[in-house]
Design a protein around this ligand. Structure first.
Ligand code: FES
Length: 153
């Protein structure tokens, strides 16, 4: 709505206020859309596994003897193995050489890193290739048929 004043168009205060409010809301939206991802990147949320909490990996019956599964443990991968004898073992799945993700190789009977053919035994100990250290071992608890993995205290 405009009013004529001395032959020139002059915006009414209510229209100016509405435009200022819309501009302010647009700026607030822009600042929020830029700042939120930056803040989330700098301060990521804590996840189970980061805090020492346990992670439920699956049910016992899902794992055949002599098999393994990569699972998410916090921000890093974990590896759960069911040995040929039926025992469950869990490790950090990040190779101690250059951080590739390791896997269980039933054909070799070892934990294997595809990047440089590094090998670990089923206790997580580095046995050949370039890995300099064993894999970190996790605690495995079975409760009501569920397999829970947590950091060793
Ligand atoms: S990163 Fe695993 S052997 Fe090099």
């Amino acid at each position: 709505m405009t009013r004529k004043r001395s032959g020139a168009d002059v915006e009414s205060p209510s229209r100016r206020g509405l435009l200022e409010m819309l501009l302010g809301a647009s700026l607030a939206g822009l600042v929020t859309s830029v700042a939120y991802p930056v803040i989330r990147y700098l301060v990521p949320p804590e996840e189970a596994g980061d805090t020492g909490a346990s992670v439920m990996v699956g049910r016992v019956e899902e794992f055949a003897p002599d098999s393994g599964r990569i699972f998410r443990f916090g921000r890093k991968p974990g590896l759960l193995i069911r040995t040929a004898e039926g025992e469950f073992r869990a490790f950090g799945a990040t190779c101690t050489h250059l951080d590739c993700t390791v896997q269980y190789r039933p054909d070799f009977g070892v934990i294997w890193c595809a990047c440089h053919n590094g090998r670990y035994d089923l206790a997580g100990k580095n046995i050949s290739g370039p890995p300099p250290r064993p894999l970190p071992e996790f605690r495995v608890d079975i409760r009501d048929g569920e397999i829970h993995v947590s950091r060793v205290a």
